[in-house]
Write a protein that binds this ligand. Structure first.
Ligand code: HAM
Length: 434
């Protein structure tokens, strides 16, 4: 038992979200649901934990996520019929969605599957602003058999255009889209081999991280932010020169469709992303003014994963998807103060004297049923206390004394206009809606 003097706190890298903040979270999630529905997406909910093997095979043993950031544990068998197995809190959701696609034979309909999700993910990263150990993603995946058109460049552009629409509807200012193509599953190994070879003579003068990555995972060298390594990295071979004709054509089609929709982008040849399943298109949205995020300026990321289903033992099911870092979206919106203005309730009903409490509750009931947001005070409070509480919480205060109850004429104080009016009870809901 902890000593009474040391109250328990949320675990490092996790945090509580309180009502003032959750209002913005809910607005973001409602906007996502409404935008995604217009593009034909349905929601999928998968378990918070999965077999460790899913991420080892899907995300890749050599990635940072799998090699050092997963919350994994040996789950003991509780009965003779069970086997102990290694389980993991999901660090991302794409592998779980593709597992569910395979498990439920979603390929059998022959239709394109458009699935979205909202929920927490877990990575044991070094916590900092915009980087948590439990964080939220809003994501979506589009996948299906090849004859459903799941591999078409049209889908890549549709997903990117949907994200642009979502960010614009939320009022995020100054977002930037970067895209790249990492080629097919045969282009990529050729590129990695070329990168390894080019790094061999220069790696000794690079930072410690790059030296290690040059051997273990050369693609990750491209992520390095150390200023002294940038010239060396710029001189390394570019993935674009290793794309086969089909991948090159696919990327050209993605760009042409984005141009047709007027979605602005830049091609970043270094954008290879940190998960092994990517093929062809990869992308990230960043915020130019990263004040809200500090160095964690990637709002969201994603890409195509044409071989992931087969890697997990399923049928061929090309796909593309993304995940938005919801925590980062919140920080961005708060920093931009686009929608940070706190929402106030429609009215605060203030009974004068305990005798009016029941009548106040009945009035609140009537107004809430009319669709208004209402808080009720307490007749035991002095008027000054009710007034202060009402001013904090609501746009207006409805005063309910003995006279008001008997006459049916209520006094309404409007805080922003600074005026007080008399309103008949029958007109009250309408007046508060204005
Ligand atoms: P990811 O780039 O690892 O991709 O994560 C996507 C987004 O999640 C990041 O851009 C960032 O906004 C947010 N994020 C990641 N780690 C953290 C963290 N520790 N704290 C706060 N936010 C974080 C994926 O997860 C892929 N599953 C995306 C995808 C879907 N690709 C295809 N389909």
């Amino acid at each position: 038992m902890p000593a009474p003097s040391s109250p328990l706190k949320a675990v490092r890298g996790t945090r509580d979200l309180l009502p003032l903040e959750t209002a913005l979270w809910n607005r973001i999630e409602q906007t996502a649901r409404s935008v995604f529905a217009r593009y034909g997406f349905g929601e999928i909910r998968t378990p918070i934990f999965e077999a460790t093997e899913l991420f080892a095979r899907g995300v890749g043993e050599e990635t940072d996520i799998v090699s050092k950031e997963m919350y994994a544990w040996e789950d003991r068998a509780r009965a003779q019929s069970e086997k102990a197995q290694s389980l993991t809190l999901r660090p991302e959701k794409t592998a779980g969605v593709v597992r569910a696609y395979i498990e439920h034979r979603l390929d059998e309909s022959g239709m394109l599957q458009k699935l979205f999700y909202i929920g927490p993910q877990f990575r044991r990263e070094r916590p900092q602003r915009g980087r948590y150990r439990q964080f939220w993603q809003i994501g979506a995946e589009v996948l299906g058999p090849a004859w459903s058109g799941a591999d078409s460049a049209l889908r890549d552009a549709e997903v990117l255009e949907m994200l642009a629409t979502f960010l614009d509807e939320l009022g995020v200012k100054g977002w930037k889209l970067e895209i790249n193509s990492v080629g097919s599953s045969t282009d990529r190994p050729r590129y990695v081999a070329a990168l390894r070879e080019a790094l061999e003579p220069v790696k000794a003068r690079m930072c410690e991280n790059c030296q290690r990555r040059a051997d273990t995972n050369p693609l990750r060298v491209l992520d390095c932010k150390e200023p002294q390594d940038q010239a060396t990295i710029e001189a390394l071979p570019k993935i674009a020169d290793f794309l086969d004709d089909a991948s090159r054509e696919h990327f050209a089609q993605v760009k042409a469709a984005l141009d047709a929709c007027g979605v602005a982008y830049t091609v970043n040849p270094r954008l290879v992303r940190g998960l092994d399943y990517y093929t062809r298109t990869t992308f990230e949205f960043t915020v130019a003014d990263g004040r809200g995020l500090g160095t964690q300026n990637a709002l969201l990321g994603g890409g195509r994963y044409d071989g992931l289903s087969e890697m997990l033992g399923g049928p061929k099911a090309p796909g593309i998807g993304f995940a938005i870092g919801e925590d980062r979206l919140i920080l961005t919106l708060q920093a931009q103060a686009a929608n940070a203005a706190e929402k106030k309730l429609d009215a605060f009903v203030a009974p004068i004297g305990v005798a009016q409490n029941a009548a106040a509750l009945a009035l609140a009931q009537e107004l809430r049923r009319a669709g208004l947001s209402i808080e009720v005070g307490d007749g035991a409070f002095r008027l000054k206390k009710s007034f202060d509480a009402a001013d904090k919480l609501a746009r207006r205060m409805v005063i309910l004394g003995e006279d008001e109850v008997s006459s049916g004429i209520l006094t309404v104080k409007d805080f922003s206009a600074g005026e007080q009016t008399k309103v008949a009870r029958g007109d009250l809901a309408e007046a508060l809606r204005r």
